[in-house]
Design a protein. Sequence first.
Length: 1093
Amino acid sequence: MFRKHRIDSFCTPRPEIGQNSGAHRLVRSFFQPPDRLHRLHQKPRTYQACAAPPSRPPVIRARWAAPRRHDAALPTRPTSPTSITATNTSTTTTTSSPVHAPTTGLCGLPGVLSPPLLRDYWDLAVRPRLDALLRATSREPPGPGFLGLMDRLLAELRSAAAVARHTAGRHVSPAWRQAASEVAAACKKYETFVFQAADDELLSKLGLTAQRLAAQLRALEPAEGPERPEGDTAAVAVPAASAAEGSDRAGQQQQQQRQQAAAVSSLRAQLRLCGLLQRSLLRGGAGLGGEEDDELSWLYAVRTAPSGTQERLSRLLVAEREAAAAVGAAVATGPGPPLALPLGELRRALRWRRRCGGGSAEGAADRGRQAGQDDESGDGDDGSDEDDGGDAALERDPVLGPMLAAAAAAGVPPAVGLPLTPAGLRALLRRHPCAAVRRAAYEAGLLPRLAAALRRLGALAAVRREVAGLQGYSSFSELSYNRAGLAVSDAGAVLGILQALAEALAPAAEAELRQLREAMRDDEEGEEEEEEGRRRAAAASDGRVCDSSTNSSCGGDGGVGFDGPSGLAGGGTPGGGAIMVSELAPWDLDYAQGLMMRRRRLPPEPSELEPYMHLDAVLYGLSEVLYDLMRVRLEVSAPEPSREELEPGEGPPPPELWDPRVVRLTVWSERRLAGVVYLDPGTGYGTRQLRFPAGSTAASTSAPAGEAPAAAAAGADQGASRAEGGDSVSGGGGGGDGGFGGARPESTPAVAVGLQWDWRGGCAANPSALHELLHEMGHALHLILSSGPRQHGDNPAAATAATATAGVRGQTLMHWGGLQLPLDLLEVPSSLMQTLAYDPAVLERICRRRRRSQVTAAAAAAGAAEEDGEEEVMPGALCERLAAYLAAEHCGAVATLHKVFASLVDQLLHSDEGAGGQMGADVGRLWQAVRQAYGITPQSAVTLKELAALPAVAHHQATFHAYLVGLMAASALRRAHPPDLHLRATPHPPQQPPPQPPPAGSSPPAWAEVRALVFEAGGCDDPSELLARMLAPPPAAAATVAGAAAVTQGRGLLRGGATLEDIAPVVATLAELVWGLVGEGAVEEQEVEAVRR
């Protein structure tokens, strides 16, 4: 049994882990230089565990070499089975009092204040811990202790590698990037060694552990039932027994049943942990194969493939990656040379508009086609005067003029024409009023991109079918579902959900399309009136009379009749659509949507949003909303005024940050430091986790007496301390930290969020920036809250996870974190958070005028009365417009049906039907068939959003529908748990201390169940059962929804009185669809099985 040591004994070699053995010294002397051996093992120094931490560790002259072999290959003394707590204690520093660390450094690492210190931190702190953990893991026999050590080893390695890789790619300093690259390379080498050790020993131990746990589970499960007959027999055999004795026996039986149920749950959780660890090892130890998850999937596929096929499978996986990238390239650039629209065609389109009038969109486009025929026959651009006039018209055009000027400034020759870049194509189709110009852009820019992308998608599907067949699967969908572990893991069930979703959204989509058509008709009538007035004015000046009722044009050729839908560029025929037959031309849908937005004054002007869209104020308002919803608080580290206006890479960043514009958020949960979020504006890399805590035992009221006394005591005394304030080492008997409610800053989770919008100067006057912030913060909060100790009273699954290993309560495991969930569940927290942007009442709480970073706590205390008057929220009308725009763009019926259409194509392309027939090869036929059945405009070939979705469809490997599943679950949760938010009369002062726990007997927050079910969900939960609980309605769904609507209408927060149901009716539609599929009432076992099937 490993012994516990004090700090003074920790600073000397430990005999129990073999550091002073002769064989150990022999191996070390072979793999290490003599001076390094003397430094690290004759006089070892730990970086943060010594009683008096040095301000800077000694400089190591020797570079780190490849990982050496460990004592796992040497004869070791036999050890008895050990629980995770006892084993982990032997490899961590233990002390009864907290010891503060040096100044917080890079990404929260204590004392890492310079690039040399980053190398020293790896050499003196991380590498020794990894060595000790690997030795202990090799010595530990199969059992719960082995599982805990394996999880902690992988977490330690992954945390070091994640920080190093992120710093190497994102730091503004070349010296930091160089040092981080060296540490990342060292982590890669160490991971390779762990990978080799897994093949030799670790995987076999995991297999033995799984076998033993399964045997114990089989022995316990049959014993759950026979207890009751024995009790009944005893009751019959002793009829004279007293009522007290019967009550005692019943109580004992109930206690035994509870103990058995707890044991069964613990064994099942341990078996699940075995599976997750095995998957991590098969993916390459700590999962450091690359930045993208695709590389991990390739490695996993190659290692699990049948023998003799690995080389061929590797080639196919490379071909798959290239084919997926080719789809994105086709959407971006087209089939080959850059696409451009000839200037002559643009001149003809504008001239025919002037000569023939505005007219209907279809008629104008048809007359533009006739103009092209006239040009081919020699008519049209004959005289230089007309060319000069056409060039002048191009320059005066409000849309074409700036685009042509930008092209000329970029050096594009006039002979090339107008480049049809994705941004330029979007501007023409959404903003240009001339239907002939839109048609020309549609045919020259959108259709070639679609044809090229569908060809590349067909090639990608062919490669994926071969990959699936090589691994023994009938279709790529089956392979992808099995590999990703999706909650809905059956292709037939997915198709059924998508079809039901399309049918449920059809009425709302029809209503939206009617509104678009009315907007187009009004625009055409207004354009005709303006053109008629111009013609009459021109005729009057020339002494002529023009009657539009008898002649559609004044001079030139007569009007050309409209030849019907058969001439549309989409190639489809009207009718046959399951949703509706739209009168909009293929190139009119995007323009009609933009027109509708402009008529509704959407989006709001940047000048209107700018006062209420400062990042610090938005984060402060979001913090208040989160605290009222689920007792989570965000504390913003106040940026320096000189740093706020810096461009990316300008000026030296603080030691903790990699860029001066990064904003640090501390996340507090009740009185516990939950983690840290780093907001990185203008980078766009999404959400990534940098630290993975594991092995620490959090202070909890549910922990048994004596398990973590020091952590509990210190947590009660220092729960309000800051993350920058210090660090403390493991306390008591559980390896936890007492300085921050049971967690050190470096052992708490950290998440980096790369936002696409740059929030220049701390402000982003664009609605999409707010939507992105809420979406990514949902991911960040999920990763942080799921990586820490659970609230056992609210989450039964979390309680099961806390007792996953024998003798441990509340232990943090990396593989219990949220990253272990499949994609369809990972998108639920982010989708739920973004629904807050569709609620005007929530926006009124979030968007405020006051800039919190410029107000210090002292100034707030001195002038509280004056500053309270400066607290100005966004006006109600502006909140409604902002919510309406975001809901229409991201959660409208038409926008959602675009995703449904792309998901259906994705599923059919990779299903058994697509693999067996010709649909997989001829993706164009499949695309058109799905459009005829479920498309918004069946006669149209493609829309801008549908084309933009193709690269994501290719990337997600038959799992693009996961975003829709997440949106459906979020809608059901948002409908069942409406937030009850009220404006505060007196705002909290800035930079306030962490919130205190609510008083005893107070009502739980509105999202207490949502927090436990969604934001704290992780690898300990079964995906299918978790999704079933999310989709299940409350016992009285109708009454709850009606009551929520009444509460919302009675708040009086907004003058307009608009609610979420008014702004985003699709949320209610999705919730009702989900409840209709799952059924009312609690989740029964058969419902869980139905969702799993």
